[in-house]
Design a protein around this ligand. Structure first.
Ligand SMILES: [Zn+2]
Length: 280
């Protein structure tokens, strides 16, 4: 069953676990994710990349088509990193449960104004909005940019109040893609922010952050962790690349889907979200 991000994360916050939010991208990844929910009794968030309104509409139809076969699953269909008003409205109009309004590179005031602009139509039809304050950058420039755009706890308080966003992605030292350098998470900042606001908190750039760091971040109050790179690369470990040349396209592809699924399972367990479906 498709539910809003607000409803999905309320229970995660009350029960102190995090929901894994992988990018799903086609029929096989969606089916693998539904199988995982059933096998692990865990909720999931399906991140859909912003590849424009037409792609968004097709992915919504595809997810609903598969969803019918898994009545006990609880999943939020979510536009990840919404880059334009048109894309976000396409998600709102096509039954998504959430959009991420990605304006974190703008000034505080411009970010706030843009998030409020999408909150109005989204909330009118029960769609949740995730905003980002501070900016989670890219791993290849981690050492250069890590300290520049961490979330300011005082700004977080006023931002969630004035924007009415339903979840907030915060920058506490994680990064998108592959880290160049060692991840350093500012747990003190995370705890401070958690103590100041009730809004569920989101960690982008979960891949490569390390199990100990992620586990601690969840204990301290992160309720959603975005994952992509680790899941997309996991097939490399599974096949050790040695047999690569012996695989045909279909075998190679299925190894990718299976590796993706098993890595996602590992994270579901790390975030303590297994066996939580009965609470929904
Ligand atoms: Zn992200």
């Amino acid at each position: 069953m498709l539910v809003s991000l607000k409803d999905l994360l309320k229970i995660a916050k009350d029960e102190n676990f995090a929901v894994a939010a992988p990018i799903v991208f086609n029929h096989d990844s969606i089916v693998a994710a539904y199988e995982l929910m059933e096998e692990e009794q865990a909720p999931l968030i399906f991140n859909i990349a912003d590849r424009g309104p037409e792609y968004i509409r097709k992915m919504a139809e595809l997810v609903r088509f598969v969803d019918k076969d898994y009545p006990k699953a609880r999943v939020t269909l979510m536009l990840d990193h919404g880059r334009s008003y048109e894309s976000m409205m396409a998600a709102v109009c096509n039954g998504f449960g959430a959009v991420m309004a990605d304006y974190s590179t703008l000034s505080y005031q411009d970010n706030l104004a843009a998030v409020k602009r999408i909150c109005e139509p989204a909330h009118a039809v029960g769609v949740s909005v995730e905003a980002e304050l501070g900016h989670v950058g890219q791993g290849f420039e981690y050492e250069k940019t890590r300290d520049n755009t961490l979330s300011d706890p005082d700004e977080v308080v006023s931002f969630v109040k004035d924007s009415a966003c339903d979840a907030l992605a915060i920058a506490v030292g994680t990064s998108h893609g592959v880290y160049k350098g060692t991840p350093r998470i500012d747990f003190e900042r995370l705890s401070k922010i958690r103590s100041l606001v009730d809004t569920p908190l989101v960690l982008h750039g979960g891949s490569g952050t390390g199990d100990d760091n992620l586990s601690k971040a969840v204990q301290l109050g992160i309720n959603k962790v975005n994952l992509h790179t680790d899941l997309a690369r996991s097939y490399i470990n599974e096949n050790k690349m040695a047999d690569e040349t012996k695989l045909n396209f279909f075998q190679y592809y299925m190894a990718g889907v299976n590796g993706w699924k098993e890595e996602c399972r590992r994270y579901i367990r790390l975030f303590n979200s297994q066996n939580q479906l009965e609470k929904y």
